[in-house]
Design a protein around this ligand. Structure first.
Ligand code: HEC
Length: 159
């Protein structure tokens, strides 16, 4: 009786949607990005660092590789600085503020089915932290204001 109760509690806990506190880079994000992004964004794929990419973007676009997303540090550069919000703009499903109703061009790479993409996007959003999914750049661009310090402070990005 006690054992089955324990089993119920354990299963109920596992079934809960991903919460910011339990999503970590090591357990969730690294394996997810290895599976979904490494073909074009890893050192194995001869992808450049963000800094190298920015120096010679045309060459890398022709080679169909984007900046590396295969380490924690590489991701932080695409989330916080210097390419603030790049990861969010590319992975947004089109519902984000300033997305203009259009999914980012990397959203499709989050999974092979709608259900998988929805689930994986929720995991990435939970990893960033509640309210941290902002598409703003460091500086204002057109009508889109630059990221605020308050918005940045919401990033958790647990390792
Ligand atoms: C089939 C190859 C391919 C896959 C798979 C892929 N990408 Fe990309 N990605 C690219 C290429 C090529 C570019 C550069 C061209 C462009 O901007 O669209 C790019 C650009 C990006 C950028 C913009 C970087 C910048 O500094 O402007 C981000 C962020 C990104 N990808 C994230 C991801 C993530 C996260 C995944 C996995 C969920 C992923 N991509 C999967 C090919 C891919």
């Amino acid at each position: 009786m006690q054992y089955s109760l324990l089993a119920t509690v354990v299963c109920a806990t596992i079934a809960l949607p991903a919460m910011a506190a339990d999503v970590t880079y090591r357990n969730d994000i690294a394996p997810l990005f290895k599976a979904q992004c490494a073909d074009c964004h890893s050192s194995e794929a001869k992808a450049p660092t963000l800094q190298e990419y920015k120096l010679d973007q045309k060459k890398y676009d022709k080679e169909k590789v984007g900046p590396r997303t295969d380490t924690y540090e590489n991701l932080v550069m695409l989330i916080a600085y210097p390419d603030s919000g790049a990861l969010m703009r590319r992975l947004d499903d089109g519902t984000g503020k300033f997305a203009g109703g259009k999914p980012g061009n990397m959203y499709k790479n989050l999974g092979s089915t709608d259900a998988e993409r929805v689930k994986n996007l929720a995991t990435v959003k939970a990893w960033l932290g509640e309210g941290a999914w902002n598409l703003n750049r460091w500086n204002q661009k057109g009508d889109v204001p630059g990221i605020t310090k308050e918005e940045q402070a919401k990033l958790i990005l647990k390792y």
